[in-house]
Design a protein around this ligand. Structure first.
Ligand code: C5P
Length: 233
């Protein structure tokens, strides 16, 4: 069975989260934030006092982390050790640790495995870095969002999430993650050959969402949970 997935990839602060949430809501699909799962692993690595750059220690930690997924509120969510981490994943400590942690092959195998199980919850919109290239290469539709580094820093700074940092510090933090994410050996950030690239620099959230919703066939993609075929089963 083909996983029914719309993939939205791109670098940090390219607008993926907001757009992916809206696309999912408009199409009645579940939203998946794959970056949050990597952030949860990084958070756990920090919590255990492990150096995020110590790949062997990070691999060992990954083997001991238990992440439980469930569907609720229009999204696929997860708990780590029985807790939904929420805003704890958005700190600068997690920002600094997540890209080195996500470059460790054992971590990628762990998170990719969890993501590939998620289509059992329903049709998905999954945002990340390697969704269309590595996690769901067979995705029915793929989008790659990009924006200039200045615009991405400005957007992230405008969110309360960047609390306390200057625009240029946010720009540096995003730039460091981009470099690590694009240069790692396993599933680096890259544009899938069959992805539609949208430069969001001069576009509003609504305009980007609209472009995706108006893409060829996006509303008529076969959905395993709807339509005559499903009813006959
Ligand atoms: O999307 P977000 O910025 O929250 O992702 C945090 C980090 O998680 C990224 O910088 C990247 O290192 C990692 N990530 C990844 N593959 C994904 C999603 C996120 O490596 N599919």
């Amino acid at each position: 069975v083909h996983a029914d997935v719309i993939a939205i990839d791109g670098p940090a602060a390219s607008g993926k989260s907001t757009v992916a949430r809206r696309v999912a809501a408009a199409l009645g699909r579940l939203y998946v934030d794959s970056g949050a799962v990597y952030r949860a692993v990084a958070w756990e690595v920090n919590r255990r006092g492990i150096d995020p750059r110590d790949a062997r220690a990070v691999s060992a930690a990954a083997a001991r982390i238990s992440i439980a997924t469930f569907a609720g509120g229009g999204a696929v969510r997860f708990k780590v050790g029985g807790i939904e981490p929420g805003d704890a994943l958005r700190t600068e400590e997690v920002n600094a640790a997540v890209s080195p942690v996500a470059a460790v092959p054992a971590v990628r195998a762990l998170v990719t495995g969890l993501l590939r199980e998620m289509p059992r919850f329903g049709s998905l919109v999954v945002e990340g870095r390697d969704i269309g290239t590595a996690v769901f290469p067979e995705a029915r539709a793929k989008f790659y969002l990009e924006a200039s580094p200045e615009e991405r820093a400005r957007r992230r700074h405008a969110e309360s999430r960047a609390a306390g940092l200057s625009v240029s510090a946010v720009r540096d933090s995003i730039g460091r993650r981009d470099r690590i994410d694009s240069s790692r050996t396993v599933a680096p950030l890259s544009v899938a050959p069959d992805a539609t690239v949208i430069d969001t620099t001069a576009l509003s959230i609504d305009e980007v969402t609209d472009r995706i919703l108006k893409a060829d066939g996006i509303r008529t993609l076969p959905r395993p949970d709807a339509g005559p075929a499903a009813r006959e089963r």
